[in-house]
Ligand binder design. Structure first.
Ligand SMILES: Cc1cc2nc3c(=O)[nH]c(=O)nc-3n(C[C@H](O)[C@H](O)[C@H](O)COP(=O)(O)OP(=O)(O)OC[C@H]3O[C@@H](n4cnc5c(N)ncnc54)[C@H](O)[C@@H]3O)c2cc1C
Length: 616
């Protein structure tokens, strides 16, 4: 099997003899231990240092357990209930540098899963044992998606005086939603996250509704600054079910992304209300449902969903610093999310506060229009050149090269998911060392210009910074050169105050300005819960995002997964969804399966419900 899509896959390649594959022997032996409910024997299949990452299949959670005690804990709590069977290779295993890698499938009491194991030789016994083990659920028995051989007929052949057309059925469904029928799941926020989840829930037969305050799906992207193009390449960005066509640009312009989201919402029949804002929500413990007040095109309505998903965006709640003198500044000032683009600012003096992605994009576009631009760098920034990132960081998994080598998007997602967060930085550090070497001249020029560069606390670069804190970097598509050669002026330090016509830094540097742009990032998604539900519920949930790596802006203790994302929280029936396009695509599946299981009335005992360590 070379292409892994989201449908059930053929068991094995008939051209090979799976029984002779050492990985199948290992799986058979593990299966025997599972069947005997022998936790000790099953655990002996794992290395003393090992990582088992489970996406819903065993734990009804997104969780990673470490080392043999972790495996014992997970299996003791779940083995009886999960009843894993039928573990078999889905393709022959492969070996490199002493690590055997094997893709496999398995069944559980409630569904089917697939996984990826990396086996290493145990020095003490000479036997192969699991070093990393990924198990994922992709399908629930009885709630399979209507795909492939299960696709709907569409036409109803025969003669029927009561015939209801597809359009009539859709119209009736839409008319009843929110009044005669309640959504089981209400997704607040209809950006790429809400839309992808809405599409999955639709396919899984879970009555759902996605609401968004914007007038049209895709406006989240259309309303951003004019020059914005995706920083991630197309192979990384597909939505579930429907991939971008193969003539789609590598870096899609933001309006094109907006149009795709709108088109996708329509053709995937995502129940979606535009111009609808959620104003408050509270959980009725006795009824086990939410009471959500909304305004749909200005008209108030109360919805009563069982589950509430906040897909309100990790880059949606602007962080605007409070600086003395903002009230006396006579020019224009706005957050980067409000920046209209450069056209009105030709010949004007612009000070952009911040030095990450948005700051660079905005500075570059303003410079192209002929503005006099100064960037204020307040703390160090990690920069990688887009082409280096594409080639060294993403190329093996997400590129034409990867596709040609048989790497599908779904398979790439699982490879990425199979690398435990605890050790992911160890794999990332050498990649960023290569980028640093390859672009040494560029970095030397930036530093000579006074720019404060970093590579993440431990040199692990962009992805780890994203996963840990979701900020602090720029994927360079050209604007860094403008800083390096002084075309965009650079000032370093904290902003002390604004005067009527300038930004003044703590060291007294005065930067005359007609426009001040606060490219100062976004607040935690936990803040959405406080705004919409209550501070008490937000505190019960705690920080959303971060791994607990104890690095800058990602305080410990170690969580091992992204805090509160796509998995049960301490607030019953409240979920968070979002992230970049890759995460929205991949993790929407596991969130949708968790919600579907609950809709189907299945027991979903959660193993390892996360504790709360930080309030925001
Ligand atoms: C400048 C910039 C560039 C980026 N570039 C990339 C990139 O190249 N690739 C990538 O993958 N990611 C990128 N991201 C990050 C991230 O993927 C995007 O922010 C993305 O839009 C997140 O999608 P989302 O659906 O989680 O949230 P959003 O797109 O922010 O959508 C959240 C929605 O929630 C709605 N909402 C909020 N509150 C309410 C309420 N009370 N009632 C109703 N609706 C509400 C908002 O109207 C909004 O439409 C970028 C982000 C920014 C800011």
């Amino acid at each position: 099997m070379t292409q892994l899509d989201e449908r059930p896959v053929a068991a094995t390649d008939p051209a090979t003899d799976p029984t002779s594959d050492p990985a199948q022997t290992w799986l058979d032996s593990l299966q025997a231990a599972f069947a005997a409910r022998d936790v000790g024997a099953a655990t002996a299949h794992f290395a003393t240092t090992c990582f088992w990452r489970d996406l819903v299949a065993f734990s009804w959670n997104i969780t990673t357990v470490e080392d043999r005690p972790g495996v014992v804990e997970l299996l003791s709590a779940t083995l009886d209930r999960v009843d894993p069977t039928d573990l078999r290779l889905s393709e022959p295993s492969s070996s490199e540098d002493g690590v055997r890698t094997a893709w496999f499938e398995f069944a559980t009491a409630v569904g089917r899963g697939r996984g990826l194991v990396r086996l290493v030789v145990d020095d003490a016994t000479g036997r192969e044992v699991a070093w990393t083990f990924l198990t994922t659920l992709f399908e629930l028995s009885g709630r399979e998606e209507p795909r492939g051989t299960r696709r709907p007929m569409g036409a109803e052949h025969g003669a029927n005086r009561e015939r209801v057309t597809w359009a009539e059925r859709r119209a009736a469904e839409e008319a009843a939603l929110g009044t005669e029928t309640q959504p089981y799941v209400l997704v607040i926020g209809g950006g790429q996250g809400g839309i992808a989840l809405g599409a999955r829930l639709r396919q899984l037969g879970v009555p759902s509704l996605v609401i968004d305050k914007h007038a049209r799906p895709g406006d989240q992207w259309r309303n951003r600054y004019k020059s914005l193009c995706l920083h991630d390449p197309v192979w990384y960005d597909h939505l579930p079910y429907l991939k971008f066509p193969d003539n789609w640009p590598v870096f899609a312009p933001k309006d094109k992304v907006g149009d795709w989201l709108e088109f996708y919402t329509r053709v995937m029949e995502v129940p979606y209300w535009s111009s609808t804002v959620a104003t408050s929500a509270s959980f009725d413990e006795a009824a086990g449902e939410w009471r959500v007040e909304i305004e749909r095109e200005g008209r108030p309505l109360v919805l009563r969903p069982t589950h509430l998903v906040l897909a309100t965006g990790m880059s949606g709640k602007p962080n605007v610093p409070v600086i003395p003198g903002q009230d006396v500044f006579a020019g224009e000032q706005h957050h980067s999310s409000q920046h209209p683009g450069p056209d009105a600012y030709a010949g004007k003096r612009v000070v952009v506060i911040g030095s990450n992605n948005s700051a660079f994009d905005i500075c570059g576009a303003l410079w192209e229009t002929g503005a006099d631009v100064t960037m204020v760098q307040r703390s160090s920034t990690h920069i990688v050149k887009s082409d280096s990132l594409m080639e060294i960081g993403l190329g093996d998994l997400y590129s034409e090269r990867a596709l040609a080598a048989g790497m599908s998007t779904e398979k790439a997602d699982l490879v990425f998911a199979s690398l435990p967060y605890r050790i992911m930085h160890e794999f990332q550090i050498p990649l960023y060392e290569r980028m640093r070497e390859r672009d040494a001249d560029f970095y030397a020029r930036l530093e000579a210009a006074g720019f404060d560069l970093d590579w993440g606390d431990d040199g692990s670069g962009l992805f780890m910074k994203y996963l840990r804190r979701g900020s602090g970097y720029y994927i360079d598509v050209g604007a860094a050169e403008l800083v390096a050669d002084g075309e965009v002026k650079l000032a370093r330090g904290q902003v002390d105050h604004l005067t009527e016509d300038a930004v003044v830094l703590a060291d007294g540097t005065t930067l005359p300005a007609d426009l001040v742009v606060y490219a100062t990032g976004y607040g935690s998604m936990n803040g959405w819960a406080a705004d919409l539900i209550s501070q008490e519920v937000a505190d019960r949930v705690g920080k959303v995002w971060g791994l607990g790596s104890d690095t800058t802006k990602d305080p410990g203790p170690w969580e091992g997964e992204q805090r509160n994302m796509w998995k049960p929280t301490q607030q019953p029936n409240l979920w968070f969804h979002g992230g970049n396009l890759h995460q929205s695509r991949h993790y929407s599946l596991y969130l949708a399966l968790q919600l579907t299981a609950r809709h189907a009335g299945m027991a979903t005992p959660v193993f390892g419900l996360q504790e709360v360590h930080h309030l925001r």
